[in-house]
Design a protein. Structure first.
Length: 68
């Protein structure tokens, strides 16, 4: 699955992102609006992980939701 599919259908994937990163607020998720860079930035800021860790986490999440 390409990221553009997640971005185009963010309304469907937002709840899955909330399950994965529960510390992100609904407002943050609304503002992210499917933008991968913004999602990664918010996760870095909220969870204090490195950008490399977050890129890996987001890629893994994308593969899991694509398979579901």
């Amino acid at each position: 699955m390409r990221w553009s599919s997640i971005e185009d259908k963010w309304f469907r994937f937002k709840s899955k992102a909330k399950q994965e990163w529960s510390a992100l607020s609904e407002e943050q998720l609304d503002e992210i609006a499917g933008d991968r860079d913004r999602l990664e930035s918010e996760i870095v800021a909220t969870y204090g992980k490195t950008p490399d860790e977050v890129r890996f986490d987001v890629s893994s999440w994308k593969e899991r939701v694509a398979a579901a």
